[in-house]
Write a protein that binds this ligand. Structure first.
Ligand code: COI
Length: 330
């Protein structure tokens, strides 16, 4: 079978080459993402793997894929918000994701950011840059086992996050519309508002859907504790960035750890000049109680290997007419 894999990075190449050798399939590696300009490269291939946060394109792109005989799209990500699922359905294109390439990778990054903020490291560093090495009384921390963590979204990543915080001794509240008995020992299930109101660390692990877009905006910031930290390792669109900036400026919350931003696609994962960086980012990153990373929570060797191997194997399964358990219901 002939496969094409878009958005390939150097770190993925050894895993792709090894997979191709093991399975005997031919894999064409392309560094660009799939879009209106690069769609033509897929002609004469049997299946596609992608990995991008930018939208694939408009309805025409999906029709073009179908006209080329493409039957599936396999994304080497958990999130599928960059894909127009309605257009896929209309064109009989099956979509698969990689829901468990490494939930721990994302969970550990969220906890790392929360710890950094909680211990006021950014604020101490800012003072140290100005020669101030004092043990500042206004930067005294809390300790994690005395705190309540609120988790929104108890999928694979939320659930891994709950287990880490529980092991650290925190009280863990969680909201998810679906109940999972396996999470029972680690969390107290409650409603969304209670999680938002009671959390000292509010951590988001839910997909970006019309129903979750801007789920954390001005009303939620007003509900949150003034000493609470917001952690977003999921999708930028879950948080209203302008409202977040206001909440931080008004000290409605204590700080934020963000691996993702609503307008990240123009600059995250790219090298850009300072004038290409959006104003919201500049305002946030200048705050010592905000920690921003460029969508790298996933970036571990385990993740990269699993993303490549699971995605390519799913391409083969779907093209061969077998079902993959990673198919997205549409
Ligand atoms: C995902 O897997 O959904 C991610 O956010 C990481 C990906 C963009 C590489």
């Amino acid at each position: 079978m002939k496969l094409i894999i878009y958005s390939v990075r150097e770190a993925e190449k050894p895993y792709i080459t090894a997979w191709a050798k093991k399975t005997g399939h031919e894999v064409k590696m392309v560094t660009e993402p799939l879009n209106d300009k690069t769609v033509e490269l897929a002609r004469n291939y049997d299946g596609i793997s992608i990995q991008q946060t930018t939208k694939l394109g408009n309805a025409k792109l999906y029709a073009e894929l179908a006209a080329m005989g493409i039957k599936q799209l396999s994304t080497r990500t958990v999130g599928v918000d960059m894909i127009d699922l309605d257009a896929c359905k209309a064109n009989k294109i099956v979509v698969t994701n990689v829901p468990v390439y490494s939930p721990r990778a994302i969970a550990e990054m969220g906890v790392t950011q929360a710890m950094y903020l909680l211990r006021r490291i950014g604020e101490f560093r800012e003072r140290m840059d100005h020669g101030d090495f004092r043990w500042s009384d206004d930067l005294i921390s809390d300790e994690i086992y005395n705190l309540t963590v609120g988790i929104v979204g108890l999928g694979n990543i939320g659930s891994a996050t709950a287990r880490i915080y529980k092991a650290l001794g925190a009280r863990v509240l969680a909201y998810d519309p679906f109940y999972n008995v396996e999470d029972e020992p680690y969390v107290e299930y409650t409603d969304f508002e209670s999680v938002v109101k009671n959390a000292d660390i509010l951590t988001l692990h839910t997909p970006l859907l019309p129903s979750t877009e801007n789920m954390i905006a001005a009303p939620q910031f007003k509900m949150m504790k003034n000493n609470a930290y917001l952690i977003n390792m999921a999708r930028g669109g879950l948080v209203n960035t302008s409202d977040l900036i206001i909440a931080l400026e008004k000290h409605e919350i204590a700080g934020a750890g963000l691996d993702t931003l609503a307008d990240e696609t123009t600059f995250f994962s790219k090298k850009v000049s300072p004038d290409e960086v959006p104003g919201d980012y500049k305002r946030l990153v200048a705050m010592p109680n905000v920690l921003i990373t460029p969508h790298i929570a996933f970036l571990t060797q385990t993740s990269i290997r699993n993303m490549v191997e699971i995605s390519l194997s799913d391409v083969v399964s779907v093209v061969e007419g077998k079902h993959s358990r990673n198919e997205i219901r549409m």
